[in-house]
Design a protein around this ligand. Structure first.
Ligand SMILES: [Zn+2]
Length: 222
């Protein structure tokens, strides 16, 4: 089976799996996964249980033997993936803005940490984001930058997409004269597997509006 046939047969296979999971024969697998919610599960918990059961079956296929440490691993993986994709279901942070008044100057916030997972492999990538903007009429509370970065990192992403989404959201809320967003990231899909390019760092940058990029970079590097 190749990538194409996975996609072509996905709906059918998923239906078969869900039917199997609803059958008594598979119930034991659901009960094996100790989520602490018993049988009184809401839709979200049911989804987690299905996902955990599928992952548990995958672990079996890989030959991963269950022991005291991994008894609930399938459920933990399902729950972790639910947490790491919260950015899909949650709204981006609203930007509380203040009048710029006489403080007409560049504002730079650097080294904002983030943790994300890559769209291609669902393996972590992480690093820092750096933001510099030139206000027009509005300033934003600087803690919002960290919240915005965290929000857009919290789903499967490609770094280029994350950089653009952060920039667009800030630009929409702040309406600055100009803004630059730079993201640096280490991608474990590239450093821990595949090319094994340990120590490599990926840098993405997006600029919008009127901003002196040299001045912005000197602030972010200083
Ligand atoms: Zn990847």
């Amino acid at each position: 089976m190749d990538r194409k046939s996975v996609n072509n047969n996905y709906e059918q296979v998923k239906d078969d799996l869900v039917t199997l999971l609803k059958n008594k024969s598979m119930k034991i697998m659901l009960e094996d996964v100790d989520c602490g919610y018993g049988h009184e599960v809401d839709t979200k918990q049911t989804t987690l249980l299905y996902a955990a059961t599928m992952y548990k079956a995958f672990m079996e296929l890989l030959g991963i033997e269950e022991d005291d440490n991994s008894r609930d691993t399938a459920y933990r993986v399902a729950k972790m993936m639910s947490e790491k994709t919260g950015g899909i279901r949650e709204k981006p942070p609203e930007l509380t803005c203040f009048p710029v008044g006489k403080y007409n100057q560049y504002v730079a916030v650097k080294d904002i940490p983030y943790f994300s997972i890559c769209s291609h492999h669902h393996v972590p990538f992480y690093g820092h984001a750096h933001i510099c903007y030139w206000p027009k009429d509005k300033l934003v509370g600087i803690s919002k930058f960290a919240r915005v970065v965290t929000h857009f990192a919290n789903k499967p992403q490609i770094q280029e997409g994350m950089t653009t989404e952060i920039l667009e959201h800030l630009h929409k809320g702040l309406d600055p004269k100009g803004i630059v967003v730079i993201v640096e990231g280490e991608h474990l899909c590239m450093t821990s597997r595949g090319a094994k390019a340990v120590g490599s760092s990926t840098i993405t940058q997006q600029v919008k509006g009127d901003i002196d990029i040299k001045e912005a970079l000197s602030m972010l590097k200083g």
